[in-house]
Ligand binder design. Structure first.
Ligand code: ATP
Ligand code: MG
Length: 383
């Protein structure tokens, strides 16, 4: 009897004529995720089946598949010929731990002659005969024996569903340029956008020597972690030192953050155009800090003409931290290296900037020149 991994997909089910487009990306992403194992993957109606893998790799394969967006859940399953006697024999010999169970039959193959409920009852009876200490519990069983009779002539029997993240396959929803700091929020923002199918490119601004080289190395490690679910990431590093020094030298220091933000956004837009990204992504969150009031967000938004996605806008910090832990970025994010936003920090940052005041401050800077100097410093790292 062959052991396989059965993959179920989520929202793609709802797609009509263009479902093929989404499936093409999904299968490619699945293949990439488990290419290390040499396993093969087959498509059957409504499912994918991972076969020919070495049992030693099973745990690692599952771990990788759980991070492929577009998959709803997966199960390790035993594959039997769809034959009444064979399925019955399997159940009659099944040994389960004591406790409660139920059998669920799913008859996707309508040629199978026995109705699902009826067959489930019969199989349940056989399992009970062999395991007299077991009890049936149809509401909250400890074990659910799933008998999935598919149209390909095979029946897949599994005992546990392992949940994946759902979402849409990466590659199906354009490309986004993430403003990636070394903090907790922006990696989580990338998770949510990749989950909706976006390819993630990223840009990080650093202020060497005010910020250390370790801070940069930390961002690379963050991006590597993110790539477990985002896939390949083009990470751009931009030296921001000159911008900060100029703002500090020429402008009212209380406008430091808002002025920096507006320049970051302009650079992110330029980079986006260059690499074919259609949106900017940030980890901003309403009200979290001075630079994230509605007035500040309005002022930063005003300098770009492409959509800015802020998937965390309505989250509480504790909720963001919970996700960061789940996706494995939290421990890296909390390492204590300074971000460029903490350099030349104003004493009383403006929290409700008026656009005319911001424009007045910007007149003191040669913004175009600063931006082209920043872009010249751009260094690309492929993750
Ligand atoms: P994060 O935890 O993502 O750093 P934060 O709570 O520290 O967010 P801010 O420092 O105000 O908030 O940053 C808001 C957003 O601006 C970040 O989520 C990120 O998208 C962007 N950002 C901040 N600093 C940088 C940087 N050095 N390089 C690139 N983007 C940045
Ligand atoms: Mg930050």
């Amino acid at each position: 009897m062959e052991k396989v991994i059965l993959l179920r997909y989520g929202e793609i089910h709802l797609k009509g004529l263009n479902r093929g487009f989404f499936e093409k990306f999904l299968i490619e992403n699945i293949k990439k995720a488990i290419s290390f194992s040499g396993a093969t993957i087959k498509k059957i109606a409504g499912r994918y089946v991972v076969c020919d893998f070495n049992e030693e790799n099973q745990e690692q394969i599952i771990e990788k598949l759980q991070k492929v967006f577009g998959l709803h859940s997966l199960s390790v399953a035993l594959k039997l010929k769809t034959d009444i006697d064979e399925i019955k024999k399997f159940c009659a010999e099944l040994v389960l731990n004591n406790g409660t169970f139920k059998v669920v039959v799913r008859r996707a193959d309508k040629r199978f002659p026995i109705k699902s409920m009826e067959f489930a009852k019969e199989l349940g009876g056989l399992i009970l005969d062999n395991n007299p200490n077991l009890k049936v519990d149809v509401h909250t069983p400890e074990v659910e024996v799933k008998v999935d009779i598919r149209e390909d002539g095979w029946t897949y029997i599994s005992f546990q569903d392992i949940m994946c993240f759902g979402g849409m396959p990466v590659g199906t929803a354009g490309k986004g340029m993430l403003l990636l700091s070394g903090g907790i929020d922006s990696p989580v923002a990338s998770f949510y956008m990749a989950k909706r199918g976006m390819i993630i490119n990223a840009v990080h601004f650093y202020s060497f020597p005010y910020t250390s080289l370790q801070a940069k190395e930390k961002v690379i490690r963050l991006a590597k972690k993110m790539s477990e679910f985002c896939g390949h990431i083009n990470l751009h590093f931009i030296s921001f030192t000159k911008v900060q020094e100029e703002i500090n030298r020429l402008c009212d220091n209380n406008y430091m953050i808002i002025l920096m933000r507006r320049i970051m956004m302009r650079i992110a837009q330029k980079l986006s155009r260059k690499v074919g990204a259609n949106a900017i992504i940030t980890g901003e969150n309403l009200g979290q800090v001075a630079s994230q009031t509605i007035e500040s967000i309005t002022a930063t938004n005003a300098v770009v003409s492409m959509p800015v996605f802020r998937p965390l806008i309505g989250f509480d910090k504790v909720e963001i931290i919970e996700v960061a832990k789940k996706i494995g970025t939290y421990d890296i994010s909390i390492e204590p290296f300074e971000d460029c936003c903490t350099v030349f920090l104003p004493k009383k940052p403006v929290t409700r900037p008026k656009i005319e005041d911001v424009l007045e401050q910007e007149k003191k800077l040669d913004i175009e020149k600063l931006i082209s100097q920043c872009l010249e410093s751009c260094e690309l790292i492929k993750i």
